[in-house]
Design a binder for this molecule. Structure first.
Ligand code: GDP
Length: 234
């Protein structure tokens, strides 16, 4: 999958109606300052489409970024097209051999939305603002018909906070299995990586794989795209 174009299409505040999108949505959530905007920019190949800041607690909105992607489709003998199944395709010397030949592959544009949910855990906001945050997220998780996957971001340097744990459980209760991304990978030494990942798994009580990501050197980007690709096939 190649990102061809990206734009901020809709910004929703507490009183806004959610857009009636026809394309699938992938949501990103995590505490403020965890690196959500930086991750979205890195995935979309943009420097500052999503706002990044070193001061947490920005305006609480749900932002819909539309990404136009180039994907590969395969054509069967009847001329029907389907998304190419990477798992069934064999490669030799970097070329596709079976069951599809490279001639069967057609490239096609496909759109999807990256949904940036407001960050939580910022201490300096009123109780009312925190309630509004909860209502916004709950509304989105309950009403979005095209939400396919939620990425939950945690900082790789720290134990997940109580809010991270609550968020994780909240997402599970709503029927989604969040994909955990541990951000700011470049800020820890390679020698402690395994330990930090183990602590995150323990605290969130999960056996799922965790993707370690750095917005600085882009490690983990391909793994995230791998997950998004697989979502497009199902
Ligand atoms: P958000 O509030 O979750 O959207 O977080 P931002 O993307 O605005 O990032 C908060 C701060 O962390 C900014 O100063 C970013 O430059 C920094 N940051 C985010 N991701 C990384 C990363 O992977 N590595 C490093 N070194 N800094 C990061």
């Amino acid at each position: 999958m190649i990102i061809k174009d990206a734009m901020l299409e809709t910004v929703c505040g507490i009183t806004s109606r959610l857009p009636e999108n026809i394309y699938l949505e992938i949501a990103f959530c995590g505490k403020s300052n965890v690196g959500k905007s930086s991750l979205i920019n890195a995935l979309l190949n943009r420097k500052s489409l999503a706002r990044t800041s070193s001061s947490p607690g920005k305006t609480q909105t749900i932002n819909f970024y539309k990404a136009v992607c180039l994907i590969k489709m395969s054509t069967d003998t009847q001329g029907n097209t389907a998304l190419r199944d990477e798992k069934k395709t064999s490669y030799k010397d970097g070329r596709i051999t079976s069951p599809e030949t490279s001639a069967d592959l057609k490239k096609r544009d496909m759109s999807l939305y990256f949904v940036d949910l407001p960050g939580y855990g910022y201490a300096d906001v009123s109780v009312e603002a925190k309630k509004q945050w909860g209502r916004m997220i709950e509304n989105y998780l309950n009403l979005s018909r095209n939400l396919k996957c939620i990425f939950l971001l945690v900082d790789i340097r720290h134990k997940p906070s109580e809010n991270d744990k609550l968020m994780y459980e909240w997402i599970l209760k709503r029927g989604f299995e969040p994909v955990i991304i541990a951000t700011k990978l470049d800020k820890i030494k390679r020698s402690v990586l395994e330990r930090h990942i183990r602590i995150i798994k323990q605290e969130l009580n999960t056996n799922s794989d965790i993707i370690a990501f750095s917005a600085t050197d882009k490690r983990g980007r391909q793994e995230i795209f791998g997950i998004i690709d697989r979502l497009l096939y199902t």
